[in-house]
Design a protein around this ligand. Structure first.
Ligand code: HAM
Length: 424
């Protein structure tokens, strides 16, 4: 036998047994976004490397060590996108979307690539769904974004979530804070983890995100960004918190929430779950008012978030009443070869007239095996077709939930299944 070729570490196949849950979840997300007035945007899977290094930041983990980058035949450096915000902003500028409307509300569901150490909820190819609202600087726009993020989980029945929120302020507040933080940390430089010692010179705010026990201990006494926000920053943040409160959205102020990408200013947030192991961040986002200008467009405020779809699916799978669905509402059991054309035409009719999922047996298994298949798949009904049934132009409809059976005429079989597949 030829040697098997396996997939690349950190990537996963979406198998038929899971694809329905994915499709249903994606379809709920599409509907949800459109309910909020957001339109789908799709950008290429690879871009010029500079797009990401300039927007996410040279000294971030993503750009430094996690990007899939290569030199193309013409010598240009290309990268598989590690996230979508930079690509969406590039597209917004390039396609003059700002001229079409003062506010563009966009969303996406697409793959991203980061060369991280794979573990539960962390892959090298993963799917992000996210929204970007480009054009508004108001606190209500921030709130709309957080509202969408929180409601989508709520609607899917995901509980035990924590919304962490912070303001990292405008660049002048941040640089004053950064100085104070560096001053403080210099006093503990030798005790800091190696990575934080390096970050102290290159990207000190990222130290706040350190997972090292030693660092966390030291940071307990570190100055807080909230004490360095200027008046406008503070007022803006207060308005966001008040609006969220009015909407009944509970948040936890976390002054150490800095996020791993450099383009943020002002409000940042993350939604965490305690139920998916170490990779607890379900989604993250915030304001990035300077990015459009930084990438060559007109100065335009923006805010958004992105969420890991794999992490959401992990939670949905753990829920008992998860969205796991069946592949056929009606399974048509053929008792012999003669029944095959009848089962096909009944299936055709039911699909076309009622738009419901119907599958016919094509393995010629025993009736017992076919019933088992229908049960395994949670089919609501089976229709049993055999020689006797054909002769009398009648089939048996079996309700798989209560076991009741009736005889039904083939000619008006569709009348036995109402909109809600009511059993008549
Ligand atoms: P991010 O925090 O880097 O933000 O990623 C957002 C979400 O993507 C994370 O909370 C997580 O659920 C998921 N994620 C990230 N890396 C992985 C991975 N290796 N495997 C599985 N899931 C992962 C951004 O990407 C920003 N673009 C968010 C944003 C949009 N900010 C403003 N607009």
């Amino acid at each position: 036998m030829a040697e098997q070729i396996r997939n690349i570490k950190g990537t996963k196949d979406l198998l038929p047994s899971e694809s329905r849950l994915w499709l249903e979840t994606e379809s709920i997300i599409h509907n949800f976004m459109s309910l909020h007035g957001y339109s789908l945007v799709r950008t290429p899977i690879f871009e010029k490397t500079e797009l990401f290094s300039r927007s996410i930041g040279q000294e971030t983990d993503i750009v430094n060590k996690e990007m899939y980058t290569w030199t193309d035949l013409d010598g240009s450096s290309l990268t598989l996108r590690p996230e979508l915000t930079a690509s969406v902003v590039r597209s917004y500028i390039q396609n003059h979307l700002g001229n079409q409307s003062p506010l563009q509300r966009m969303y996406y569901i697409d793959s991203s690539f980061r060369r991280e150490r794979p573990q539960k909820g962390r892959q090298r190819q993963f799917t992000q769904f996210g929204v970007e609202a480009i054009g508004s600087s108001t606190p209500e726009q921030d709130v709309e974004i957080i509202l969408i993020a929180s409601r989508i989980y709520q609607m899917l029945g995901i509980e035990d979530l924590e919304i962490n929120i912070n303001s990292i302020g405008s660049s002048d507040s941040r640089s004053k804070y950064s100085e104070a933080l560096v001053d403080f940390l210099r006093g503990h430089e030798k005790e800091l983890s190696d990575i934080s010692q390096t970050r102290l010179n290159k990207n000190p705010l990222r130290i706040l995100d350190s997972k090292s026990e030693k660092d966390i201990k030291i940071l307990e006494d570190a100055p807080l960004i909230s004490d360095y926000l200027n008046k406008d920053d503070s007022r803006n943040f207060d308005q966001i918190l008040t609006l969220l409160d009015d909407l009944g959205i509970t948040t936890i102020k976390n002054p150490k929430l800095v996020r791993g990408l450099d383009y943020y200013n002002g409000m940042t947030f993350e939604i965490l779950s305690n139920n998916i192991g170490a990779q607890s961040a379900l989604c993250g986002g915030g304001r990035y008012d300077k990015l459009v200008e930084y990438l060559g467009g007109k100065s335009t405020p923006a805010v958004g978030f992105a969420a890991g779809l794999e992490r959401l699916i992990l939670l949905l799978k753990e829920k008992e009443n998860s969205l796991i669905s069946n592949y056929a509402d009606i399974y048509i059991i053929s008792l012999d070869e003669k029944a095959i054309p009848y089962s096909f035409s009944i299936a055709d009719k039911l699909r076309n007239k009622l738009g419901i999922k119907v599958v016919c047996e094509t393995l010629r298994r025993s009736m017992k095996a076919q019933l088992r298949e229908a049960n395994k798949n949670n089919s609501k009904f089976t229709i049993i077709v055999g020689e006797d049934e054909i002769k009398s132009n009648k089939v048996i409809i079996k309700n798989m939930e209560d076991g009741n059976q009736i005889n039904a005429s083939i000619d008006d079989i569709e009348n036995h299944f109402g909109v809600d597949y009511e059993y008549k």
